[in-house]
Design a protein around this ligand. Structure first.
Ligand SMILES: [Zn+2]
Ligand SMILES: [Zn+2]
Length: 685
């Protein structure tokens, strides 16, 4: 018999000795949709498999993440077959499912153009219509090599030779056979909707010294509706791309001289500072103390913290005195024809510096916080000690992965380290959850997905400590009433953690916050505190961030709102414009009055037509556009145009300021709750 676990949690036993697809069709009435694969013994299996007596099985449905991944991976096989049909002799690299789609790498006789994609799609449709089963074959490696040789698939031969097992699995659908672990769709007909999106360059095995290949990206779904929705979302995301909107709003830019490090323009700096001001306020209320630690710290510190062993590739290093040597002792350096430094003479460097030291540019703030903790003997009375730092960190990311504000080399974390006694952990986590929810709401994020990651296979610290820490995290989460998922074994080697993902207006999920317990660093740095009585215990160190990186969070916020930042963060809240030259004096008075009232406002008294002035204000996404015409100048009012509704109405100046204030602050985050749309004007306005 097989034991089948149904999606609702019900268990059924069914006769063994038949394929899983036969079992699935018997259970059709109990399954909400047609499965695409199954799970057994902790792995995914194809539906054509027949499992041994006593096996525990559950089916993978199209609606599950595994189901989507299988569809997309199978799509890449179908695309590869289509490409080989169109380009005989094409060699295939690898073709995995990725987030939101799939790709396959090819070595082709010529460069692909965008016009090739519809032709490949056409060919894929033929394969889909043929409803060909994916067939698995387990063969000895020599046999697999022979078959790949016959097809000229030399990359696959290289992959086979790298597999330690004596045999490998091949999957074929019609005319195409691939080396693959599987599983795949039962047949090609299950691929209901797909779209090839773009071609880019890639290298064999991702190595820039390797063979250059062409990578075709695509996406696929189980229904055309889902595909259409996804493609519409991409169009909307493209419109909201923070790299473009950020330039349009004059927030920031990037320069070749410092790749991956943003230059913050005045408006962007305003947003950045305003966020920091807000956070300072709530951190202060929550009992944090702000600190600042150096950006460069001796690399022996990073050796002790373990970063040199585990994180070196992501770190920048700096040698003290390099440029002074260049200036003071020309003989100490070897220079090129332009006089640029090529190499320092180590002896000369030593002479100049006394003792040469290398420093690491901090990729994290933790070791700095630890040195600060150690600057005096700590008593239990000081705990929990909550040290917050807007820590400016640098990480050496490959230039190929840099992406606007989302993937940068320099960023500021809204970091904090809480040193506390083990019995204080739960209360600290509970307080953090309250703080986190409050901050997210202020920025207009109300949906938060939470994941608790528990002890991984490789870990340090006693089991009892882990059990206690995990129980504390779980209990704090349960008490908060916020639903959470569990990632078994997903914790860091040094402690369990909770990650927080916010959902944006386009339904995309972004991991921002994190809270991690750490038993390792207190051990490595021999941290302790003086207890009320007895031996000196170690504090637990809690690393936590709410927004993550300010840079990345601003990028997320810009895309979430499409650039219509919440009123309290908007660098400009209003623009006041004159209808004609005659009202210029009165317009200037209104501008001055608004500024005096603390409104962030600018002035447009150009001799342009009103249409042009409105358009410019709209493009700059200024929330309110105030016009002073003859009537307004006479009766002392302004005409207020709300960018969101496009409607204008007369208002007394004082009433406008009051309305602005209430929109800004009285309902934290509410002004932006509906994905960046402002609520209709309040009645009092
Ligand atoms: Zn495959
Ligand atoms: Zn830390």
């Amino acid at each position: 018999m097989l034991n089948v676990l149904l999606p609702g949690g019900e268990r059924r036993t069914v006769p063994a000795g038949r394929s899983l697809s036969a079992v699935a069709s018997d259970l059709r009435a109990a399954l909400p949709s047609e499965p695409v694969a199954a799970r057994a013994g902790g792995r995914l299996v194809d539906l054509f498999e027949t499992l041994p007596d006593g096996a525990e099985v559950s089916f993978v449905l199209p609606s599950e993440p595994d189901g989507l991944e299988i569809l997309r991976h199978s799509s890449s096989h179908i695309m590869a077959e289509a490409v080989i049909r169109l380009f005989p002799g094409a060699r295939t690299g690898v073709g995995p499912a990725i987030e939101n789609g799939f790709y396959y790498d090819f070595d082709l006789p010529r460069a692909l153009t965008p016009e090739d994609l519809p032709k490949i799609e056409e060919e894929m449709r033929r394969i889909v219509e043929a409803r060909r089963p994916f067939v698995r074959e387990e063969v000895l490696k020599a046999e697999a090599v022979r078959r790949m040789e016959a097809k000229g698939q030399t990359f696959k031969i290289e992959l086979i030779s790298g597999i330690p097992d004596p045999s490998v699995s091949l999957y074929g659908q019609g005319g195409f056979t691939d080396l693959c672990r599987g599983p795949h769709l039962p047949h090609t007909g299950r691929l209901a909707a797909f779209k090839l999106q773009r071609v880019s360059g890639a290298y064999w095995k991702g190595d820039a010294r390797g063979k250059p290949l062409q990578r075709i990206y695509g996406t696929s779904f189980y229904s055309k509706d889902e595909l259409d929705r996804h493609l519409a979302l991409l169009v909307e995301a493209e419109k909201r791309d923070h790299r473009r909107v950020g330039v349009e709003l004059d927030l920031f830019s990037f320069k070749e001289e410092s790749p991956g490090c943003a230059f913050w323009h005045p408006k962007g700096t305003f947003v950045y500072n305003r966020m920091v001001d807000y956070l300072r306020g709530v951190l202060d209320e929550a009992g944090y103390q702000e600190v600042r630690t150096p950006t460069i710290l001796d690399d022996t510190l990073w050796a002790r913290s373990g970063h040199l062993d585990n994180y070196r590739e992501n770190m920048f290093f700096t040698a003290a005195g390099g440029s002074e040597i260049l200036l003071s002792d020309r003989r100490a350096v070897e220079t090129d024809a332009r006089g640029y430094c090529l190499r320092l003479d180590p002896e000369a460097a030593k002479r100049f510096l006394g003792e040469p030291r290398t420093y690491a540019v901090k990729p994290m703030n933790c070791p700095g916080a630890i040195l600060l903790y150690q600057s005096k003997v700590r008593s239990y009375r000081e705990l929990p000690l909550r040290l917050a730092e807007f820590g400016h960190c640098h990480r050496s990311e490959l230039s190929g992965v840099l992406h606007g504000l989302f993937r940068v080399r320099a960023f500021t974390q809204d970091d904090a380290h809480i040193f506390c006694a083990p019995e204080q952990v739960e209360a600290e986590i509970s307080a953090f959850l309250v703080l986190l929810r409050k901050v997210y709401a202020r920025f207009g994020f109300h949906e938060v997905r939470i994941e608790l990651s528990t002890k991984p296979d490789k870990s340090i610290g006693e089991d009892a400590l882990w059990a206690r820490a995990e129980a504390a995290l779980r209990s704090a989460l349960s008490a908060s009433g916020m639903p959470f998922g569990i990632q078994p074994g997903g914790g860091a080697f040094y402690g369990p953690k909770i990650d927080f993902h916010v959902k944006d207006a386009l339904g995309r999920s972004w991991q921002c916050g994190t809270v991690q317990l750490d038993f390792a660093l207190p051990e490595r740095f021999d941290l302790e505190y003086v207890p009320a009585e007895g031996l000196r215990p170690r504090p637990v160190m809690i690393h936590r961030a709410i927004l993550g990186s300010l840079e990345r969070f601003i990028g997320i916020l810009v895309e979430h709102t499409g650039g219509d930042l919440p009123l309290w963060l908007a660098p400009l809240q209003a623009r006041v414009a004159s209808l004609t030259e005659k009202e210029e004096a009165r317009t200037r008075e209104v501008f001055a009055a608004l500024r005096a009232a603390g409104v962030r406002v600018d002035l447009d008294v150009r001799g342009e037509k009103m249409g042009a002035k409105v358009r410019d204000a709209t493009l700059a996404k200024i929330p309110f556009f105030l016009v002073v015409g003859a009537r307004e100048a006479k009766d002392g009012t302004v005409s207020v145009r709300d960018r969101k509704t496009g409607k204008s109405e007369p208002s007394a100046l004082g009433a406008f300021v009051e309305r602005l204030r209430s929109l800004e602050g009285s309902a934290p985050g509410a002004e932006n709750a509906a994905g960046g749309s402002l609520p209709p004007p309040s009645k009092g306005g």
